[in-house]
Design a protein around this ligand. Structure first.
Ligand code: FDA
Length: 379
């Protein structure tokens, strides 16, 4: 074995694939019972509808290198992501755009008129002196839109009142003065034609790659554990950085999500893939309906799969999803980074290894950079 990769998410598999293609023998371990990290998807058994087990995953990128690379393993559909928002019994298009504004104010504003209106409404606070998330949000989009689409939605995501949240959690709130409601601005967008798991398996499908599932790097009863390997074989570690060092500098804070999945006996539940629920009287933040990710597929027309999403702070045993990133977290992270520098022959990568929210294209792009700039020559 020339390289041990801990974690079979997009970061780990990109490293493994590059190293294997360069003739190196790679072992990839993952503590889960399946490959692919959080991008893993599977067919819901009753309906055959592909569900994204760890939350909806939409691929998008403007990075030409990443786009060329991912197309080696899968084709992409022409799916274009759009999100709607269910506020006080009315459905509006998101991100907030001219359609949302005109529907909300029951008007026919031109782009310039809408811009002037929002500017006037936003004048209640100044972005520079705003004291908390609520004041900053109002300074960015005005009170009516902030209260309808952002205040309680964000409070639910953080389980914290908008007045008690720091303004730092947001630098801008998206408002478009056109009717364009494409969710992503990237040059390329789509979903893998045969699903995420087929794509991830194709990346691992190389004679130089061996994948071992249900294998935890910290479990000393299995041969490829931290104690046995570090310093002897090069390692790319994509698990949580604080766990690697046994929480020596304290725990890094994460938010997690709970998902409630249901097969509903109707052909179409909500007419679209993602519906936000920004109001405080709904506990969940969104409902996903997976059939709409693949309108090109033949799915049953009398059943559909929906998934309600709830957000909360993570405990040690929960899946870590989004870094909380308080000033304390950032201080701890610097200490962990200093420790990572001293680890012999271990590189830390991916969203957990660097304590960073990374979209898939970013995880793949940063793994390609690690391979090109650090690993390729040293292995
Ligand atoms: P990832 O978490 O995928 O993989 C890490 C792997 O390491 C896991 O399989 C884990 O089991 C394993 N591991 C950890 N500790 C271990 C140990 N001790 N021993 C062995 N294995 C261990 N991106 C995007 O582009 N579009 C989108 O729509 C979304 N949507 C989305 C929704 C939600 C809810 C989340 C949380 C994230 C997204 N993402 C996304 C981001 C996407 O999930 C992310 O880019 C990839 O998962 C990053 O891949 P990594 O390999 O870094 O981590």
């Amino acid at each position: 074995m020339d390289l041990l990769v801990v974690g079979s998410g997009f970061f780990g598999l990109t490293i493994a694939e590059r190293a294997a293609s360069a003739g190196k023998k790679v072992v990839v371990i993952d503590r889960r019972s399946h490959i692919g990290g959080n991008a893993y998807s599977e067919a819901e058994p009753e309906t055959g509808i592909e569900i994204h087990k760890y939350g909806a995953h939409l691929f998008h990128t403007s990075n030409e290198t990443v786009w060329e690379y991912v197309n080696r393993f899968t084709k992409f559909t022409s799916y274009v992501h759009k999100v709607y928002s269910h506020h006080k019994g009315v459905v509006y298009p998101l991100p907030v755009n001219l359609g949302t504004i005109n529907q909300f104010f029951q008007a026919a504003y031109s782009p310039e008129e809408a811009r002037a209106l929002i500017k006037e409404q936003a004048g209640e606070f100044d972005v520079k002196t705003a004291q908390n998330f609520e004041e900053k949000g109002i300074a960015l989009v005005g009170r009516p839109l902030f209260e309808a689409f952002f205040r309680d939605y964000t409070a639910k995501q953080w389980q914290t009142d908008a007045k008690k949240l720091s303004g730092d959690i947001v630098s801008r709130l998206p408002v478009r003065y056109t009717y364009d409601n494409r969710y992503f601005n990237d040059k390329y967008e789509g979903l893998p034609v045969d699903g995420y798991t087929a794509w991830l398996e194709k990346m691992a499908d190389h004679p130089n790659i061996e994948v071992r599932l249900n294998t935890d790097f910290f479990d000393e009863s299995q041969p490829l554990n931290k104690k046995a390997v570090v310093g002897k074989t090069p390692v790319v570690y994509t698990g949580p950085v604080d766990r690697y060092f046994d929480y020596a500098e304290g725990e890094l804070g994460w938010r997690t999500l709970d998902f409630e999945q249901e097969v509903v006996p109707v052909g179409d539940y909500q007419g679209t893939s993602v519906m936000n629920y920004p109001d405080a009287n709904f506990e969940y933040t969104r409902i996903h309906e997976f059939r709409h990710f693949h309108p090109e597929r033949e799915y049953p027309n009398d059943k559909t799969v929906i998934m309600r999403e709830f957000s909360r702070f993570a405990d040690k045993d929960d899946e870590p999803y989004y870094p909380v990133n308080t000033p304390d977290d950032r201080e701890r992270l610097l200490k962990y980074r200093a420790l990572t520098e001293q680890e012999p022959k271990v590189l830390f990568g991916g969203r957990l290894g660097t304590y960073q929210y990374l979209d898939m294209h970013m995880a793949i792009g940063s793994a390609l950079s690690m391979w090109n700039n650090k690993l390729n020559e040293s292995l």
